[in-house]
Design a protein around this ligand. Structure first.
Ligand code: ADP
Length: 482
């Protein structure tokens, strides 16, 4: 049986992207098509989205005279495999800056109205707002879309099943109780069974409470968020709904991330021609002013934040150099961390190279030329850089958390003997744990056969969307059959 799913998201690659959510929302329609699922994506009509669509006019499907106080239209578009419905509400979305904040990084004060409108429009569509357009299921991503199931429950379309996917529980969409009367919900919705959250309104909470099922982007993160350490206040709700919570790891775009055809590399290579990596290694040395040496080159491609454990890494940078290793770091974020890594590079010229900024082509070259990628995250819902590392023979050294725990096989004795190991995991983001993991990696690097086996096992692993697309499709079918 074929299904028609309405995916609701605040970003979707290639139209608008601030993080991994966009990659997933953009990739899902293509990933699901082979499994008998047609997907339409509901997205706000930000200027960047309108710009990307160019001259294409689109088809107006509905006009709202008053959607949470503003005029709006639903406009149908198509871009490649993406079947889109844009929520065109100029009063909410036609403004400079990012999707969630202005140019100075200050959140838009009416974010509650902007994303409540998105949820409301999704619920209306599920309820048959547009003649001859029906949906079997609504799939809402993160807090910005999470009001969709709440509106569905309290204003009509309650019979259509829904799914909420948590990409990062750190962002929850919390607002004061004063907005509640303006949401257009019945009074009963302001309760623990609805949108009420610690006395205010919680958009993600509302979605998790009212949706048919919940997924996160890895099975381990799905477990972890039942614990106060990772649940960020929602652990009680997630635990209470554990029967409908599951984890599905994100896939990666194996065409964009293909070492055999990547245009950003000094030399393309494949599993059977790993020796060609050396040209990329030289290119990394030159890009980061590293002197040549025998030890491994570790790389980092990351937001420089506490979540990513970058404070601990900055602290152990001297030890890393002391082991005969080198470090190439690309990232930006917390100014204090940027300064700490710049200082480390100053102390160790030729051994530590740092680039502050966002550089997509360089990130590809680093995965192709560095020997290992370091990811000491305190929490990591899925993580993409370890998946790119695996595909590029850049051995991941990761904290055992979330998606990192699910995708890297630690090089312990048993895994090495069975030739299934793909990287190194460590428990707890502490100085000792990171140093110990670095020592293990440096020792393994000194054994070329062991190292090559790690690289090859990683490159053989399949993190394309094939399997995850199947898992989402299976879940959709179960929810619509229920
Ligand atoms: P998160 O979404 O939490 O930042 P992920 O590992 O899921 O972490 O995704 C991060 C993505 O952003 C990856 O595609 C990574 O390559 C990319 N990235 C992060 N920092 C940089 C940077 N400074 N330059 C280029 N790409 C970067």
């Amino acid at each position: 049986m074929s299904l028609h799913v309405l995916s609701v998201a605040s970003e979707a690659y290639p139209l608008i992207k601030t993080g991994g959510l966009a990659d997933v929302a953009g990739a899902l329609p293509g990933a699901l098509a082979p499994h008998g699922v047609a997907m339409t994506t509901l997205l706000p009509a930000y200027p960047a989205v309108v710009h990307s669509l160019g001259k294409a006019k689109g088809k107006v499907m509905h006009r709202y005279a008053d959607l949470l106080g503003v005029e709006a239209r639903l406009v149908r578009h198509r871009l490649g495999a993406l079947e889109l419905i844009l929520l065109d509400a100029p009063a909410l979305f036609a403004r400079d800056g990012g999707p969630y904040s202005d140019r100075n990084g200050a959140e838009w004060p009416d974010n509650w109205r902007r994303f409540a409108a998105l949820g409301r429009a999704a619920a209306d569509l599920a309820d048959g707002l547009v003649p001859d357009l029906s949906f079997d299921l609504v799939h809402a991503h993160d807090w910005q879309a999470a009001m969709a199931p709440a509106y569905m429950k309290f204003t009509g379309a309650g019979r259509t099943p829904s799914l909420v996917t948590i990409h990062n529980l750190a962002f929850q969409g919390r607002f004061g109780a004063d907005i509640f009367p303006r949401l257009g919900l019945p009074a009963e919705a302001f309760s623990i069974h609805g949108v009420e959250y610690f006395g205010g309104v919680g958009f993600l909470k509302a979605g998790l409470q009212t949706t048919s099922a919940i997924t996160t982007v890895s099975p381990t993160y799905a477990d972890e968020i039942r614990d106060p350490e990772f649940g960020m206040g929602l652990e009680g709700l997630v635990s209470a709904r554990r029967d409908v919570v599951s984890g599905i790891v994100n896939g990666i775009d194996t065409e964009v991330w293909n070492p055999a055809s990547d245009p950003h590399l000094a030399a393309p290579y494949a599993l059977s021609s790993l020796s060609k990596r050396v040209a990329n290694r030289r290119a990394v040395e030159s890009a980061f002013d590293l002197t040549e040496g025998d030890g491994p080159i570790f790389c980092v491609v990351s937001r420089l934040t506490w979540q990513k454990g970058m404070d601990v890494l900055a602290d152990v940078a001297d030890s890393l150099v002391g082991m005969g290793a080198r470090l190439a770091l690309l990232g930006s974020g917390d100014p204090a961390l940027e300064a700490a890594f710049m200082a480390a590079a100053g102390r160790h010229p030729g051994r530590i190279g740092v680039r502050i900024g966002y550089d997509e082509p360089l990130s590809h070259l680093m995965q192709a030329g560095a020997d290992a990628i370091l990811i000491p995250s305190r929490f990591e819902p899925c993580g993409l850089t370890q998946l790119y590392g695996l595909r590029y023979g850049c051995v991941p050294v990761v904290a055992r958390t979330g998606g990192l725990a699910d995708t890297v096989i630690d090089a312990n004795e048993a895994a090495l003997a069975a030739r299934v190991a793909t990287g190194f995991q460590f428990h707890g983001v502490t100085h000792d744990a990171v140093i110990r993991a670095l020592q293990r990696a440096v020792a393994a690097f000194a054994q070329p056969k062991v190292w090559a086996s790690l690289q090859k096992q990683g490159m053989k692993a399949d993190f394309s969307w094939g399997r995850s697309g199947q898992l989402y499709a299976d879940l959709y079918h179960r929810l619509t059959a229920a």
